[in-house]
Ligand binder design. Structure first.
Ligand code: NAD
Length: 369
């Protein structure tokens, strides 16, 4: 019974054990009110089954909220493979996973996450249609960091509008942590709009690439800082695009910014750090609202790739965030709590409508295959 107490919120948990290929995985389906579940597949050398199960349960619940926020026709799910991505990957292992996913008959779609790549899922898609985020040459939509960065920019605009009544980006100073696929594109747009930047990255090539780009754009207002110094700079907005857990007891003592908007997943080390941000008067854009551009792109793949449509859908991050901020202020709750309520209301509203239609019917967009 202890196990059921832990998973009581989840609709289904599937344990996959295939001795032939060595696949040991857990598929967790949290909630399919909004549509079939989706969520990437993580591969990690979990020390125990418990650790793997906890990760699958936690991450799949997070996906339910993220899908609701992004307004995509999916619910929350997640797969974890117990194994070392450097040693244990084989085409057969991913084909076996594809067979397990196919056995769910359209209730769950997956793709890449930490430890897996789109190429791994080329093997899985030989066994099932329920794969998203596939490489472009297989009909997928390509690099998801493009809409993710676009979503961060919309998040910054909504934040500036809430702070100053005007959504302009230029004329402000931003502290960008991480100049990888997402952070570089965000920093580039900020520079194009005439902003000043503090930047940090542990990779000196990424820093140099941005300095070169700044020069090309004729905006040399870029200061490079190292390590933890990024948390204490005099900037208006902190833009975390590298690591999770960077909003914690330590960094909260250093931060001088008015707002935090970035792509990094799980920015708050603990939930209560959202409350502290509110008390300190720092406007926090919940990460899963702002970084949903990638999810919007992969879920949209099922209609056939179309970058224009993805960008149009990503724009909704702006209005959603404005609503979340307004609700947080009027109810005196943290923006995290406000975001959760925003998602729960969407799910509840759909539940009412679902009572008239069978939501387990396979969606029409599957006809693309
Ligand atoms: P990436 O690996 O391309 O870039 C991360 C960058 O951060 C790298 O340049 C790395 O050198 C740098 N970095 C690592 N540790 C650092 C540190 N301590 N200080 C400063 N810089 C550091 O990853 P990405 O795709 O750009 O994603 C960035 C973040 O956004 C991640 O947290 C990711 O989970 C999240 N995210 C990405 C997407 C997407 O579509 N790529 C979607 C949703 C969320």
């Amino acid at each position: 019974m202890e196990m059921f107490n832990k998973i009581y919120e989840h609709e289904q948990v599937v344990i996959c054990n295939d001795p032939n290929t060595g696949l040991k995985a857990i598929i967790a389906i949290h909630n399919t009110t909004l549509g079939p579940a989706t969520g990437g597949c993580r591969m990690y050398p979990y020390q125990t089954f418990e650790h793997a199960l906890n990760d699958a349960l936690r991450l799949s619940k997070g996906m339910t909220y993220k899908c609701a926020a992004a307004d995509v026709d999916f619910g929350g799910g997640k797969t974890v493979i117990i194994g070392d991505p450097k040693k244990d990957k084989t085409p057969e292992l991913f084909r076996a996973l594809g067979q397990y996913i196919d056995s769910l008959n359209g209730r769950y779609y997956t793709g890449t996450d930490m430890g897996t790549t789109p190429e791994d899922f080329v093997h899985a898609m030989k066994e099932t249609n329920c794969i998203v985020g596939i490489p472009e040459e297989y009909g997928g939509s390509g690099d998801s960091s493009v809409p993710t960065a676009e979503g961060v920019i919309y998040g910054i605009k909504a934040t500036n509008e809430t702070l100053d009544g005007i959504n302009q980006i230029g004329g402000k100073t931003y502290a960008v942590q991480g100049l990888g696929k997402v952070g570089f594109k965000v920093a580039e747009t900020l520079l194009e709009e005439g902003a000043s930047l503090y930047v940090s990255d542990i990779n000196s090539e990424a820093i140099q690439a941005l300095l070169n780009r700044a020069k090309e754009l004729g905006n040399n207002n870029v200061k490079v800082v190292s390590g933890n110094d990024i948390y204490g700079v005099e900037a208006e907005v902190f833009v975390p695009c590298a690591l999770g857990g960077i909003i914690n007891d330590e960094t909260l003592n250093s931060l001088k910014v008015k707002a935090i908007v970035g792509s990094a997943n799980n920015q708050l080390l603990e939930d209560y750090h959202g409350e502290i941000l509110m008390k300190k008067g720092i406007l926090y854009a919940p990460d899963y609202i702002v970084n949903a551009g990638g999810l919007i792109q992969v879920s949209d793949e099922l209609y056939g790739p179309n970058k224009k449509r993805v960008m149009k859908k990503t724009k909704a991050i702006y209005t959603s965030l404005l609503e979340i901020y307004r609700n947080s202020e009027s109810k005196s709750i943290s923006t995290v709590e406000s975001a959760n309520q925003f998602c729960e209301q969407r799910i509840e509203a759909r539940k009412q409508r679902n009572s008239f239609f069978s939501h387990h019917k396979r969606p029409k967009w599957e006809l693309r295959y």
